[in-house]
Design a protein around this ligand. Sequence first.
Ligand SMILES: NC(=O)c1ccc[n+]([C@@H]2O[C@H](COP(=O)([O-])OP(=O)(O)OC[C@H]3O[C@@H](n4cnc5c(N)ncnc54)[C@H](O)[C@@H]3O)[C@@H](O)[C@H]2O)c1
Length: 415
Amino acid sequence: MPSEIRDINLAESGLRKIEWVRRNCSLLSMLHDEFEKTKPFAGKKIALSVHLEAKTAYLCLTLAAGGAEMYVTGSNPLSTQDDVAAALVKEGLEVHAWYDATPEEYERHIRAVLEVGPNIIIDDGGDLVHMMHTELKHLIPGVIGGCEETTTGIIRLEAMAREGKLEFPMVRVNNAMMKHFFDNRYGTGQSVWDGINRTTNLVVAGKIVVVAGYGWCGKGVAMRAKGLGARVIVTEINPVRAIEAVMDGFDVMPMNEAAKLGDFFVTVTGCDKVIDEEDFVNLKDGAILCNAGHFDCEIDMARLREIAVDKAEMRNNIMGYKLSNGNWIYVLGEGRLVNLACGDGHPAEIMDMSFAIQALSAKYLVEHAGTMTEKLIDVPEEVDIEVAKKKLAFLGKSIDTLTHEQEKYLNESGL
Ligand SMILES: NC(=O)c1ccc[n+]([C@@H]2O[C@H](COP(=O)([O-])OP(=O)(O)OC[C@H]3O[C@@H](n4cnc5c(N)ncnc54)[C@H](O)[C@@H]3O)[C@@H](O)[C@H]2O)c1
């Protein structure tokens, strides 16, 4: 099936973005060269659904260099960059994605990359795996396994596994240390504020920022908000995480109290309706809302659109909603992942680590085809450590090594 993209003439701009990424992704470049020689994916079809911007494109090219036939789509209608999609087609990959796809188009694109009968699935949020297990079950026998990029996708996979419904092995890429320690915390921390700042062009210093969820991503978002000079309030449902937020110097309270105080709100929980109608009416006039969690359900956008008495687009990616109490509230990027819908996603050096883990996990699946008994697989610790060592070397940093005596001290009881 031919590619479905917006405009092949945009390829030049996309290729330049990918070249910038290549120059800043040392691990992926190393794997690209290695795969070019060893061809670990020769004869394999890979279907990939990840936010389709330049870092993802470089992952696709790395897998293609390893001999994979790549079938690529995005994982969110607002995060696809049309010039990057065009660049991949120019490089000979099959792509089905465009910016601002309707729900029907998005589903058609997902289906198109699966209908080729992939051997490996690379998913971000679980949409490919879900469709494979519902509408395209007949293609499951051809699947060796897959890799899942994000927390929300893992939650969906774990639910499927619990119910005995997951039919092929999936690697929990998100759970690798070299993924969530850095991608979720430092990647989301930086890119969320990049998205908010470039979209609003407003000052953060002196404002009150409410961060919903103090998980790996929330810690990064709160840390960077503090660095920008904001007063940060955290909302949580987990008492341990709430104490962690208090000890990190943040105020903690329920959303219905925080709603009255915040200037900026960032939801990053992976949960549903974290800011809902009860909160909308409590918000200050001019409050700015955005979401960094995977799905656009954390802010109850459907209800907000219903109760708004007026709406106006203020700037690109800022929609204002007027409530019956006269207050305007502003939502960035339609409540979709703000760092991707309103920005370029995580910094290249961060995705270098996440995607090195992705590429090595895909290689692991091919090498262990047919022998994996578990349906949920963690990235082997040695892969994590190897990626960390290589990244350190690229950063020009070295660390100490245990002496024989120290090893003895740590490993023997002395009894
Ligand atoms: N924007 C990005 O680029 C990006 C990157 C990585 C992950 N994600 C997504 O961000 C979300 C969070 O990921 P994470 O790795 O931080 O997960 P996590 O499990 O580490 O943290 C989520 C936190 O939210 C809290 N929480 C859940 N429901 C809540 C509610 N109703 N109110 C307040 N707090 C609540 C949980 O107790 C937990 O502490 C997921 O959807 C994940 O897929 C986004």
